[in-house]
Ligand binder design. Structure first.
Ligand code: PGA
Ligand code: ZN
Length: 430
């Protein structure tokens, strides 16, 4: 009774108003699982391909081909198969696609299908998804430390500022609830400051305040002011993290800081980030250099990796082999886990395993284009990843995730709040 009877793909709409793929899997006993593909704006070159139709409709972003792949070859492949184990389903998808970058079926078609099957398998056992993951992956669950964007930037804000995410974490909180309460206060305080300075305060793609700044460093200064405005001492309970997303403004060792109207080399960018680390309570920097700047990443990690988390996103693309390589070369000491970069749940779990093996910090992450989908919250808890990044503290596609984590956290078996112990930032004492 647990075999897959129906695989149905449909077009739904994401947080940017763009089309995306949703897949619903129905088992012979009537039980269903559902999932939708997210979409990145600052995508790495090694990610699974996000298959779009091109042409003139919806700016070439339509996903009719990907949906046809779900309803055609993918459905034919999966119907009649048992709903688990997940690895067997994902292997079948990978074989059917037959490419290294999932350009045939589309990473969007594959990730929505893979996650829909996973959700159906959990539902079939009448278990919450995070419990199903604990049972099948054997990790110790925990409630993740949120990494929350206060100011958006880069590709998420019309490149009005170079750095993509100015974020906070509250590792000094006792619980997820307390961390979110403090985050809400700081988020609102930052909005009040922006409104006072500019008369208005809009938001960027992930719900962080629109970056009206003259320099990247000014954003850091205002972030510190917002933290202080709620009575917190920056670097005490509350710390700062950045996603530089440097691949978006640099390649071949040259980086264009458009906002500051200058081009800097690898060395200069490292020095600039180093000066911020000295001046601000920064515990984590993601993609400080571009994905093609391996030497720069190694140098940066050598200089600062013993103090802060150096996170590979574009660099690692949620790929186990790339994570193992980076551990070997010392290119970073932590990884983002984005299931749609890999294309299937099993490959994302493999990347997570490689990160654990390397002693890396792990951050499960959403994309800038999202839906009300909450699978990644269960993944973060069920794998005990330690940290979760889903954008800012507004817009329902973001809040759906924080709220789901609050619900999961009420369950006594969901583990304790990972808090400060999830951070591989040695200077932060907690
Ligand atoms: P993206 O950004 O989803 O637009 O790629 C998120 C990130 O870089 O972490
Ligand atoms: Zn990133």
């Amino acid at each position: 009774m647990n075999e897959i009877q129906l695989v149905h793909g449909r077009r739904i709409w994401d947080s940017r108003g763009r089309p995306t793929v949703e897949v619903e899997v129905t088992l012979a006993n009537g039980i269903q699982g559902r999932s939708a593909a997210p979409a990145g704006a600052s995508r790495g070159m090694r990610e699974a391909v996000d298959l779009r139709d091109g042409g003139s409709r919806v700016a070439g972003m339509d996903v009719r081909k990907a949906i046809a792949n779900v309803n055609g070859p993918i459905a034919r492949e999966l119907v009649g198969r048992p709903v688990g184990p997940q690895r067997r389903i994902d292997d079948a998808l990978i074989r059917l696609d037959g490419t290294a970058n999932k350009s045939n079926l589309g990473g969007n078609a594959m990730v929505a299908t893979s996650q829909a099957v996973l959700n159906a398998a959990a539902a079939n056992e009448s278990k919450p998804l995070w419990v199903h993951l604990v049972d099948t992956c054997g990790q110790t669950p925990s409630i993740p430390l949120p990494e929350i964007q206060i100011f958006g930037g880069g590709a998420h804000a019309g490149r009005r500022i170079d750095v993509q995410d100015f974020m906070i974490m509250v590792p000094g909180a006792e619980s997820l609830g307390e961390a979110l309460l403090t985050t809400s206060e700081i988020y609102l305080a930052a909005g009040t400051i922006m409104e006072r300075r500019h008369g208005s305060a809009g938001v960027a793609d992930e719900g962080g305040w629109w970056p009206q700044f003259a320099s990247n460093e000014e954003a850091l200064e205002v972030l510190v002011s917002a933290i202080e405005a709620v009575g917190e001492i920056p670097g005490d309970r509350v710390v700062i993290s950045l996603d530089v997303a440097a691949s978006e403004f640099g390649s071949n060792g040259m980086y264009t800081l458009a906002l500051e109207d200058r081009v800097v080399g690898t060395e200069e960018l490292i020095n600039l980030l180093g000066s911020w680390i000295e001046s601000y309570p920064i515990v984590s920097i993601e993609d400080p250099l571009a994905e093609d700047d391996l030497e720069g990443m190694k140098e940066f990690t050598k200089l600062y990796g013993s103090r802060i988390q150096v996170i590979g996103d574009d660099l690692l693309a949620t790929n186990a082999a790339l994570v193992a390589d980076a551990a070997q070369s010392g290119a970073c000491n932590g990884t983002l886990i984005k299931v749609n970069q890999a294309g299937t749940v099993s490959e994302a779990i493999d990347a997570f395993g490689a990160a654990r093996q390397a002693g890396f910090a792990t951050i499960v992450s959403a994309r800038s284009g999202e839906t009300e989908e909450v699978t990644i919250c269960h993944l973060a808890v069920g794998l005990g990843a330690g940290q979760l990044k889903v954008g800012s503290f507004s817009r329902s596609e973001r809040m759906a995730k924080w709220n789901e984590c609050l619900r999961i956290g009420e369950h006594p078996a969901a583990g304790s709040f990972a808090g400060g112990r999830s951070l591989s930032a040695t200077w932060w004492q907690g």
